[in-house]
Design a protein around this ligand. Sequence first.
Ligand code: SAM
Length: 245
Amino acid sequence: MEKIEFLKNALKEINIVADENKLMQLLKFYDMIVEKNKVMNLTAITDFEEFVTKHIVDSLEIIRVIDLSGKSLKMIDIGTGAGFPGIPLKIIYPDLEVTLFDSLKKRLVFLDEVIMSLSLKNIRTVHGRAEEYGRKNEYREKYDLVVSRAVADMTPLCELCIPFCKVNGLFISYKGSKGYEELQKAEGCIKILGGEKSKVSEFSLDSSKRFLLSILKKKPTDNKYPRGSGKPFKSPLYIETRICT
Ligand code: SAM
């Protein structure tokens, strides 16, 4: 089967109908990753069909918890790496205003090339550490939607991500098979950060269990968070909440 047909069918299975321009953009993104992967570590997955399933379809599975079509939400992808889920989301939902955020500059330089080459508009890359940028006025509580995939365990991840979220905004985390356990452990921390568990979606992707965990921000995050000096990782908030109770 031709690549474009395979991609089109894979998207159709999750109820996404993409026009030819979007399909070509996704194919170009795949080609660029495979080419750059020869000189830079971007992904272990280079087989086309596996890439479509595990990177593109997985990124778009967010459709299970939120319909983004026609929505001009301000979205940030924390720890975007090679652009997942941010680039597939921007291609399929061009009305999104997207920030691709990562602490590794060279991946962002690659993503700037992708943005140029695909003529994507209203999207930028920002280089920094989430625990520092989440304290800056320009970024703190400025996003309607915060997404993150494969970056950290849910408890430190919430401390990194929830501060970026506006009140009434959503933080959606893409998780593997331990997602629900991680969420249960993080519940105290989510509350401390001003969030509340919203939707949880469990699904199977290529025989692997996946979770989408959606957190609604109910009130502003206390200025104490995120803590600096690696504390979200060295002293995760579930330990602190256990000590407090
Ligand atoms: N989200 C991508 C994906 O699903 O393929 C990349 C996942 S990769 C395993 C984790 C990424 O998070 C890396 O690119 C790393 O540089 C970034 N990262 C880790 N800790 C971070 C932090 N504190 N602030 C910003 N980026 C971070």
